[in-house]
Design a protein around this ligand. Structure first.
Ligand SMILES: Cc1cc2nc3c(=O)[nH]c(=O)nc-3n(C[C@H](O)[C@H](O)[C@H](O)COP(=O)(O)OP(=O)(O)OC[C@H]3O[C@@H](n4cnc5c(N)ncnc54)[C@H](O)[C@@H]3O)c2cc1C
Length: 413
């Protein structure tokens, strides 16, 4: 076996994704000799796939409330070191023009994720950072105070300090196969249970197949043993297996821990802006001026037309009945179901379909000020490998930039 370049690096970074590139740039700017190792043939492969290829790189409203994980004080402290405005300045200084879209989401003005990756690669080249591409790290060993990294082609790299930025387990086709969890467990770290997050939801009720392709704007709630554990307003899309779309996918990370153990349901409120009583009054008024029409046609004025017969069939109301003949009890039940379409969750789509990983390196084992391991001196972490996941909307990449910056800076110092 040969040592790569026979050089001992100050810092080696394993994982050339969002946080790895940020850590490499920051460490190098702080005068460390840096090598960045990536198993894909290119850097930032996942970043290229973000935001449907447009890269929603941060969010103007990023704050701790948009994150889920082991310790909110930890998350808040790391975000403060390099917040969304610093992120925007950082990219603008690299020559990237940014634009804001609804809900504070920030994109490159080019609408191309490749602009973001190119800007980072340009800076990495500028900083003379050594790069290894297309070579998976197979093994990591502590050798005295240093680390030995063994590559797929058997070459070895020796480094004083190591930053692990290998991401989570989601979207494995983009490189993230969760390799580091194994190394870390062997080194004495614990990994908070891993679940797919921002992933579509599988639903038991078979009628959903009849409305596949239908998009609804609704308040989506996850209910465990009759208690709401999470909710999000936005679009949901009916598919052949269940629900996709941002509001439904946002539930996934919360569902995982309860699946198979508790009664887990999802509830869609199609009229979150109206109290039940208001909605019922609205339906009374519509029925009073359209009493001669069939109830299915009257309902189609309120909700998508292919959903109307399904709602009526769930309530066992004849869809051809004249609206004026619908009983008070049935009418109230219509209002109730429009505010609470209850669906039984049978599963969450697997990691390969998830955008992020819930769970990861236990935050209690990491120094919040430096992101250094409390168990293995000289080992640092950044990005999704840690037990932190964010909402959709640019929050996950913001975590990668914030934590990548902090790990790179503190490691170099
Ligand atoms: C389809 C999709 C769309 C998304 N859209 C957005 C969005 O618009 N906005 C947003 O904020 N977030 C988005 N995310 C989430 C975001 O991309 C991630 O949270 C973020 O990239 C995590 O950064 P990271 O540096 O921790 O890991 P990654 O960017 O995943 O990088 C980890 C890198 O480590 C490498 N690696 C792993 N194991 C090894 C090994 N053994 N040896 C060498 N290299 C290794 C991998 O190949 C990978 O390149 C999206 C995710 C997906 C899947």
């Amino acid at each position: 076996m040969s040592k790569l370049n026979q050089k001992i690096y100050d810092i080696a970074i394993v994982g050339g994704g969002a946080s790895g590139m940020m850590a490499a740039i920051t460490a190098s700017k702080n005068k460390a000799s840096v090598i960045l190792i990536e198993k894909n043939p290119q850097l930032g492969r996942k970043v290229l796939a973000t935001g449907n290829g447009r890269c929603n790189l941060t969010n103007k409203f990023a704050d701790v409330s948009r994150y889920h994980g082991g310790n909110s004080q930890f998350i808040e402290s790391v975000l403060k070191n390099f917040d969304q405005f610093t992120t925007m300045n950082f990219f603008e200084n690299l020559g990237l023009i940014l634009k804001e879209e609804n809900l504070g989401r920030i994109f490159p003005r080019s609408d191309q994720a490749s602009s973001v990756v190119d800007a980072l690669i340009g800076e990495i080249e500028n900083q003379n950072i050594d790069i290894v591409l297309g070579n998976q790290v197979r093994k990591i060993e502590k050798v005295g105070e240093a680390f030995k990294i063994v590559l797929q082609d058997s070459r070895e790299i020796i480094t004083h300090k190591l930053i692990l930025t290998t991401g989570g387990k989601s979207a494995e086709h983009l490189g993230t196969s969760g390799d580091a969890y194994f190394w870390l467990t062997k080194m004495g770290h614990t990994i908070a249970d891993l679940y797919p997050a921002l992933s579509p939801i599988e639903i038991k009720e078979t009628w959903i197949k009849d409305v596949q392709g239908l998009k609804v704007e609704a308040n989506v709630k996850t209910i465990v043993n009759n208690e709401k554990i999470h909710e999000k307003y936005g679009d949901s899309l009916f598919t052949h297996f269940g629900l996709s779309g941002p509001a439904a996918m946002a539930q996934a990370g919360f569902i995982g821990p309860f699946l198979g153990k508790s009664d887990v349901k999802i509830s869609l409120d199609l009229f979150p802006e109206m109290e039940l009583k208001k909605l019922d009054e609205k339906i009374i008024s519509i029925i009073s001026s359209n009493g001669a029409k069939q109830i299915k046609n009257v309902l189609a004025g309120l909700i998508p037309s292919n959903l109307a017969p399904i709602i009526l069939s769930i309530l066992k109301i004849n869809p051809d009945k004249k609206a004026a003949e619908v009983s008070k009890v049935d009418r109230i039940n219509i209002s109730k179901i429009l505010k609470n379409i209850e669906l039984t969750i049978s599963g969450v789509r697997p990691f390969k379909e998830a955008q992020v990983t819930h769970g990861g390196v236990n935050l209690d084992e990491v120094d919040v000020k430096t992101l250094e391991s409390k168990i293995v001196p000289g080992l640092y972490f950044a990005g999704e490998i840690l037990d932190v996941d964010g909402d959709s909307g640019g929050f996950n990449l913001q975590w990668a930039w914030s934590s990548g910056y902090l790990a790179g800076k503190s490691c170099a110092n």
